[in-house]
Design a protein around this ligand. Structure first.
Ligand SMILES: [Fe+2]
Ligand SMILES: [Fe+2]
Length: 167
């Protein structure tokens, strides 16, 4: 396998992971929105959009290397309905991405593809932010229990009652 092919393979593995994250976080977004939990619902949506932008950055690099972007989504969307389980799953996915992208940055460096290495480093830093955001919400849920979710439902009812819908 040429150096370029190795980079394309790693970049496509990342595309697959990012697409799965988009699907998973949008599923969580719909579920939380349906239950009236606006804060977590919006967090899942916002991060899903950021993962979509990661797909775009990876795809641009693959095309520059004259590869094909494999838009496969391997892996199942977990149909979780408990907010705690959703946040735990999200933390697991982000942790896995951080580990993988760190390794793949090193692999790209080892075969002298410094631009792909830099892309993986940038993505690693952004996944660490996601991991931190999901962990913060998991901590809040642990600290405040059902109040954490009840407060979000009340906020939604308030905005409906006053005619100022939340975003
Ligand atoms: Fe990502
Ligand atoms: Fe992420």
């Amino acid at each position: 396998m040429s150096k370029r092919e190795k980079s394309i393979e790693l970049l496509n593995r990342a595309v697959n992971d990012e697409l799965l994250a988009v699907h998973q976080y949008m599923y969580f977004h719909f579920r939380c929105d349906d239950m009236g939990y606006d804060l977590v619902s919006n967090l899942f949506k916002r991060i899903a959009i950021q993962e979509m932008m990661h797909v775009e950055q990876l795809a641009e690099r693959i095309l520059f290397l004259k590869g094909e972007v494999e838009m496969k989504v391997e892996g199942e969307v977990q149909k979780l309905t408990e907010v705690k389980q959703m946040l735990e799953q999200a933390v697991r996915m982000e942790t896995q991405s951080v580990d993988d992208y760190n390794c793949w940055a090193n692999e790209c460096a080892a075969h002298a593809d410094s631009v792909s290495k830099k892309l993986f480093e940038t993505l690693t830093a952004e996944e660490e932010v996601h991991q931190d955001q999901f962990e913060t919400e998991l901590d809040n849920l642990g600290k405040f229990g059902d109040h954490y979710l009840a407060l979000q439902s009340i906020e939604r009812s308030k905005s409906v009652a006053t005619g100022t819908p939340a975003e």
